[in-house]
Design a protein. Sequence first.
Length: 256
Amino acid sequence: MHGGLPHRALSDGGTAQAQQGEQGEAGGRYFILEHHRQPQVSRAHLAGHLVRSRVLSRFMEAPASDHLAAVKHLLRYIAGTITHGCVYRRGDGEDLVGYSDPDHASDVDSRKSTSGVFFFLGSSPASWQSVRKKVVAASSCEVAYIVAVTATCQGIWLARLLGEMLNQDTVPALIFVDNKLTISLCKNPVLHDRIKHIDLRYHFIRDFVKKSTVVVEFIRTGEQKGDILTKPLGRIRFQELRDKVGIVNIQTVRQG
């Protein structure tokens, strides 16, 4: 099933208004998806397609035909992958690793960006988040910096929670970012001119990096797992990332 629902193409200025019957049929199915998510649905479609469902929910009051086409695309995918989910294995590792990734100005109406934060415990997904940011970023570096702050907050909380559960000292969370300038801004307070316009509340990340509460490292864009939370992807790339984030066919795993 195709994984690349083009959510950035969806906007308030959609194509022709959907027919009432078609709107009711697709809207009813979508309502069931949103309000009665069974465990297998949330497990199997935790990444890209639940992100798309949140994007689609913005247009529920007056959907156009392209919005309903996107809903049907989403439902076909879910129907075809209902046996997929996450597998958690004992002894899979206790390292907390995060991926921070933005999609700059992805909302075609407001030009606000989408943030994607994915954390893994060992090789298994532990936490994920995809949110449209409340501010408009002037550059890709700026939005990457803001999203890195979001990832830092999540990483610190998860690291402390993990330390309490295991009754051990808190281990720094490792966060991968695919923007070298953003990493420099996190580690080097001298680069003031580039970020003096960014709200002060985002700069606390520097203190945590300096104290080694979090570790921010570079990762190539091709290895950025957070892409599945922020970007419309083609079939091959989507399926590749779906495998990398640990979404597998549960039936195959049980039979094996």
